[in-house]
Ligand binder design. Structure first.
Ligand code: PGA
Length: 227
């Protein structure tokens, strides 16, 4: 079976609805429809509905992800976004990003609860781990290795080390664990990560904000050895 190739755009708190829709209209037509190519865009919560609708109307081969979700079920949790409500719009949710662990005191236990909520609403949990010691919650099959020194810094890990960590994670959690790399990925370095046999894709912050650069990344990753 051909392995999946995930290219995930994490916009963080950057785009309003108009900017999000413009990006979709530029990137959508450039993405090839292939079973194993999973291009995912993760907007802020407020843009999810419109982004989902724009993708459906144009029939673009893009998936939609949330950047977080509530550790609780629906109910009296003011301000939280429940997995059940999000599942109307998203296929996947980024959980345990280091910015949430640092700025919002998110613990491994909370990440575990969010994972349970995601899975109970058929949302794929994409759990971010900062090193190979960060626990991967039970049942998770998609993780992103994102070392803190590499996030937002222009100082990516080496593809070889990212590949080594991916192999170690697969040995620990099972061969069917898909491991992405994230941290200072851009159009120049994306192919070197994709060529690592144990990596299944990329989680991209800053370089995903430009539709042009993200389109280049998807193209280069689709044809890592030249088209
Ligand atoms: P960066 O962010 O690509 O801007 O380094 C990656 C991330 O935080 O997922």
């Amino acid at each position: 079976m051909t392995k999946n190739l995930w290219v995930v755009a994490n916009w963080k708190s950057n785009k309003n609805i108009a900017e999000a829709l413009e990006w979709i209209s530029l990137v959508g037509p450039k993405v090839e429809r292939r079973d194993n190519l999973k291009v995912v865009v993760c907007p802020q919560f407020d843009a999810l509905e419109e982004v989902k609708r724009a993708i459906q109307i144009a029939n673009f081969p893009l998936l939609v992800g949330a950047q977080d979700l509530s550790p609780f079920t629906e109910g009296a949790y003011t301000g939280e976004e429940s997995a059940r409500a999000l599942s109307d719009f998203v296929d996947l949710a980024i959980l345990g990003h280091s910015e949430r662990r640092q700025n919002f005191q998110e613990t491994n236990e909370i990440v575990g609860k969010k994972t349970t909520q995601a899975r109970s609403s058929n949302i794929v949990p994409l759990v971010c781990i900062q090193d190979s010691d960060t626990p991967v919650p039970q049942g998770v099959k998609l993780v992103a290795y994102e070392p803190i020194f590499a996030i937002g810094t222009d100082n990516p890990d080496t593809p070889e080390n990212a590949g080594r960590i991916a192999l170690a994670l697969k040995q620990q959690y099972g061969e069917d664990l898909e491991v992405l790399y994230g941290g200072s990925v851009n159009a120049d370095n994306c192919q070197s990560f994709i060529r690592q046999p144990n990596l299944s894709g990329l989680l991209i912050g800053r370089a995903s904000l430009s539709a042009e650069e993200f389109g280049q990344i998807v193209d280069k990753c689709t044809y890592p050895h030249g088209s």
